[in-house]
Design a binder for this molecule. Structure first.
Ligand SMILES: C[S@@+](CC[C@H](N)C(=O)[O-])C[C@H]1O[C@@H](n2cnc3c(N)ncnc32)[C@H](O)[C@@H]1O
Length: 315
């Protein structure tokens, strides 16, 4: 009895801490005090403080000192595998890339040595502060999504892992349009997605759940939505992406992570008008202009050089 009371007490304390560290819906660790506390923490204690804070968000590690450190190590290793065996197929040393929903930055740091620059963005200021401590690199910048948008910087590749399933259709559709705008013509979008998995409730099913637990989870918990392949293709096409390929992750990589059982969406920024029918089927309209090859500035030159059209299939 005393044990269950103390377990309940722990649960309540954790919930209070999670709520205090959040900044509104689905922005865990976004509270303004999180970066302030980290900045005030002595240098030698910062790594542990960052991991402790990450354990307050349902996105990252479980609480408990040993679990926290082993989870962080597992994260580092799996993100290194994803960078080496998945993303490396599509990246070039002179690419500028955008990592969306970077979280603690393990993937961004693994990608950084392979490219010219990485801008890693997240909605949460707190997680970005943790990422700057845990995963710095000379060519890697951490920014909020809004800060990145204000820079109007463009990139060759946008990628995102373990993020899209947390977005409502409305937020996902807006994000796709933003990524399209951030990509240079012909630029590549690489998204980890969860599709056609009956174990995942769809957004419509969550919204239809009028029970108290369902409503509280939807409103305050970490949102996780399943989608069909058709929906994902349709949303990407509607945002102006084409050459869509949906690939089972297991055909590309063997990694100790949930993503191994899920999919990879590869899509290219198309600068063409799409017909309504093509949008509905996630295809480019017949007779439309082919995708632009990437354009890269010539160092010291006034015009842009046209590079080889990059193939979507791994090289
Ligand atoms: C599970 S973590 C994934 C971290 C990292 N991509 C990885 O694979 O290790 C999901 C991250 O997405 C961020 N996120 C959620 N909604 C977002 C949005 N609309 N735009 C950018 N980031 C978002 C969360 O704050 C969180 O840090």
């Amino acid at each position: 009895m005393a044990g269950s009371r103390s377990a309940t007490g722990q649960h309540v304390r954790r919930l209070v801490a999670i709520t205090a560290a959040s900044a509104g819906e689905q922005n865990f660790l976004g509270a303004r005090w999180v970066p302030v506390v980290l900045a005030a923490t002595p240098q030698r204690l910062r790594t542990d403080a960052a991991l402790r804070l990450l354990a307050l968000s349902p996105h990252y590690f479980a609480p408990g000192q040993r679990i926290r450190h082993s989870e962080a190590e597992r994260n580092r290793q799996t993100r290194q595998v994803l960078a080496d065996e998945v993303l490396a197929r599509y990246l070039h040393p002179d690419d500028d890339v955008l990592d969306v929903g970077c979280g603690p930055g393990y993937l961004a740091a693994a990608v950084a040595p392979r490219v010219h620059s990485v801008t890693a963005v997240d909605v949460s200021r707190g997680v970005l502060a943790c990422a700057r401590i845990l995963n710095p690199a000379p060519n890697l910048e951490y920014r909020t999504v809004d800060e990145f948008t204000r820079t109007q910087r463009d990139v060759d590749v946008v990628y995102s892992f373990a993020v899209v399933q947390h977005l409502t259709d409305e937020v996902f559709a807006r994000a796709l349009r933003d990524w399209h705008a951030a990509l240079r013509p012909g630029g590549l979008l690489i998204l980890h997605v969860v599709v056609d998995d009956p174990q995942w409730r769809t957004e419509a099913q969550w919204r239809a759940d009028r029970g108290l637990v369902g409503r509280v989870k939807f409103r305050f918990g970490l949102n996780c939505f399943g989608r069909t392949a058709e929906q994902v293709r349709g949303l990407a096409a509607a945002a102006g992406f084409g050459e869509l390929e949906l690939v089972p992750m297991a055909t590309v990589v063997d990694v100790d992570d949930d993503v191994a059982r899920q999919h990879l969406l590869l899509a290219r920024r198309m600068d063409v008008a799409l017909s309504g029918d093509a949008l509905a089927h996630g295809k480019r309209a017949a007779g439309s202009v082919p995708a632009q090859p990437r354009t890269r500035p010539v160092p010291g030159g006034p015009a842009a050089e046209q590079a080889d059209p990059a193939e979507l299939s791994p090289t």
